[in-house]
Every structure is written in structure tokens, then in C-alpha cells.
Design a protein around this ligand. Structure first.
Ligand code: MTE
Length: 326
């Protein structure tokens, strides 16, 4: 049984740089052939760099970084190529092989998608996807994503703050957490025919984390609708937490009183906590979290506290021991 959050001793050897040979070679070639050229190419022609032909999302706005509200919404670092974002994935409902997800998820049917928002709210509602997406204009948010396996990407998401959706359903004072659930349908998600994880995949956030403006529901990348492998048609993105908190293909959002079960902490509670905040000072039990390999770059860079979003989110954890609440 493989675990996306587990890496073999081979993977922790610096020479193997945490990811497969093909990606490693590509990273090397990119670095050697002047990273700037590759970056410029991807900026000019991001879609041609990959094989994603999902529809273009109209009316995307770009938050103004000068406003206090938007602080942290846009990272001024080269974006990871569309090819890597869409062909190096963790999505166990389709495959446990990072490069196997895209082919296994091809053709995943999302027509008629609905998201139920329920639990401790005044106005529970089952949203058709189109109605949900109308709640707030789509924004391009360029976020770092740091995976627990110690690699990272910079991803231009299209989405809006989850808080806008929660405002519509009016949480009750008794709601302290938000629980998320992925579609359960072994016919459409072949990985669910195995017991590699307990299905459906579930995640959770504390209410203040869920209401933070950096927390988004994403429906696109690089200006286009999400391809299946990245969590079509809608997923969670919480940029200061390890990537596994970004639950994909969400069908249920439930406001609850108690801390909900989450897939990876249920699977290996000593390795994956509920909070999963990116923290270079708290190592995974089997490897360091002090540095990371940015996909498409050579060499390693230091990992930033809260993935670089400390100014925006540090106050949420004031007074908490982040070693026990990992
Ligand atoms: N969501 C579901 N439903 N199933 C999964 O297996 N994997 C998680 C997270 N969301 C996963 C999931 C993990 S481990 C990571 S690192 C991110 O998705 C990867 O997102 P990406 O493939 O878009 O980079």
C-alpha cells in the first residue's frame, strides 16, 4: 500500500530530490537551459505547455496586492508549469501513482455536480455547481503549495474565498469546525474499488481557518476549469497548510461542533495531524520539513513558516503549541 504522504528512504536521499526520475530530469534540463526562458514561455503560453483543454473561465479578476485585504493572494515567484501541475498529482480515487492520476482521471464526468452545504447553519442548501460559482466573482490567486513530502509548486488558482459561501448559509454560533467530503462513486473513481484509504476522502478546518480570506474554493488553474486530476469541478485550497488538506472534488461541506475526522490523520495519526500547518521547525517523524524542492527548479529552498503566509495567519495559532497541534 502506498501513501502519498509517505516517501521511501530513496526519496529522502537528496540525490533523488524527492520526485521521480522523469521530473528530476525535466527540472535539470529547465535549470540548465536558463530557467528564465522556460518561465517566460510558460507565462506567454501556459496552456500550450500542458495538455489541458478544459473551458476558459470568463471574467476572472486579479486581486490588487496593494490592498490590505488581498495581501498574500499573489506570490511573486515563477509559476510552476501547467504540465507539472496537471501530471504530478496525488488523487487516490484515481491512482496511487502521481503520474498515473491524469490518465486514470481522463473523462471523469462532472455534469450535474452538486455541493451540499449543511449542518449547523441557518440556511442549509444543495447548490448546483453553477449557482455556487456565482456566489463570488472568480479571482486568480497565485499561491505556493507545499506538499508534506517536501516538494512545492506555485499555482495560479481560480477561485473565491470559502467564507463567501459560508456567509450565504449563515453558520450558527455552535458551528466550530467545517467538515468536507469528496464524491463517493467507485464507478467513476476506480481507486475507490480498493481499500487503500477509507472512502470517502474527508477533511476539516477550524471555523476561523475556514473563514480566513486566503482559504479558497478553487474551480480552475491557469484561467481554465480544473482538470479532473486537480480536483474537478471544485476543491479546497488552504495555502498555509500541507497540500493534503486541499480536498478535491468536494460534494459536501458540513458545519459541525466538534473536530471532524480527516483522512490522513485517521490513517496515520502520529504522522499527520488535524492542523497540518506548514512548519519548518516541526519535522515529519521520518524526514525533515526544513527545506523543499520547488518542482521545476534545481537545488532546495528553505521552507517558510506557514508556507510564507505567517503575517496573514500567524494570529490564528497564537498561544498554541504547534508541536502537539501539528
Ligand atoms: N483529495 C482527494 N479527494 N483525494 C486525494 O487523494 N490528495 C491530497 C490532496 N487532496 C487527495 C486530495 C494530497 S496528498 C495532495 S498533496 C493534494 O491533493 C495534491 O493536489 P494536486 O494534485 O492538485 O497538486
Amino acid at each position: 500500500m502506498k501513501n502519498p504522504n509517505k516517501i521511501s528512504s530513496r526519496d529522502v536521499t537528496p540525490a533523488d530530490v524527492y520526485f521521480n526520475r522523469r521530473t528530476f530530469i525535466r527540472a535539470g534540463i529547465l535549470a540548465a537551459s536558463a530557467v528564465a526562458t522556460g518561465v517566460a514561455y510558460r507565462h506567454l503560453n501556459p496552456v500550450a505547455a500542458g495538455k489541458v483543454n478544459t473551458p476558459v473561465i470568463p471574467g476572472i479578476t486579479k486581486p490588487n496586492v496593494a490592498t490590505a485585504d488581498a495581501a498574500g493572494f499573489r506570490v511573486d515567484e515563477p509559476e510552476t508549469s501547467l504540465e507539472d501541475i496537471t501530471h504530478y498529482n496525488n488523487f487516490y480515487e484515481f491512482s496511487t501513482d502521481k503520474e498515473g492520476v491524469a490518465p486514470a482521471a481522463e473523462g471523469f464526468e462532472t455534469k450535474g455536480w452538486q455541493v451540499s452545504v449543511e449542518g449547523l447553519v441557518k440556511k442549509p442548501r444543495v447548490f448546483d455547481l453553477d449557482d455556487l460559482l456565482k456566489i463570488s466573482p472568480p479571482e486568480e490567486r497565485i499561491y505556493r503549495m507545499r506538499c508534506v513530502e517536501a516538494w512545492s509548486m506555485v499555482i495560479p488558482w481560480v477561485g473565491f474565498s470559502l467564507s463567501k459561501l459560508l456567509d450565504v448559509v449563515e453558520p450558527l454560533g455552535s458551528a466550530h469546525y467545517v467538515a468536507f467530503e469528496t464524491l463517493l462513486d467507485p464507478k467513476r473513481m476506480p481507486g475507490q474499488r480498493s481499500d487503500v484509504l477509507d472512502w470517502p476522502y474527508v477533511e476539516g478546518l477550524r471555523m476561523d481557518e475556514a473563514m480566513h480570506p486566503l482559504t479558497i474554493l478553487a474551480s480552475g488553474i491557469y484561467g481554465r476549469a480544473l482538470p479532473p486530476q486537480d480536483g474537478a469541478p471544485i476543491r479546497l485550497v488552504v495555502p498555509w497548510k500541507y497540500g493534503f488538506k486541499g480536498i478535491k472534488s468536494v460534494v459536501k461541506i458540513k458545519l459541525v461542533a466538534d473536530q471532524p475526522r480527516t483522512t490522513w490523520s485517521a490513517y496515520a495519526p502520529n504522522e499527520y495531524g488535524f492542523y497540518a500547518n506548514v512548519n519548518p521547525h516541526v519535522d515529519h517523524p521520518r524526514w525533515s520539513q526544513a527545506t523543499e524542492q520547488r518542482i521545476g527548479e534545481s537545488g532546495r529552498r528553505p521552507t517558510l513558516m506557514f508556507n510564507g503566509y505567517e503575517e496573514q495567519v500567524g494570529h490564528l495559532y497564537a498561544g498554541m503549541d504547534l508541536r502537539t497541534n501539528f
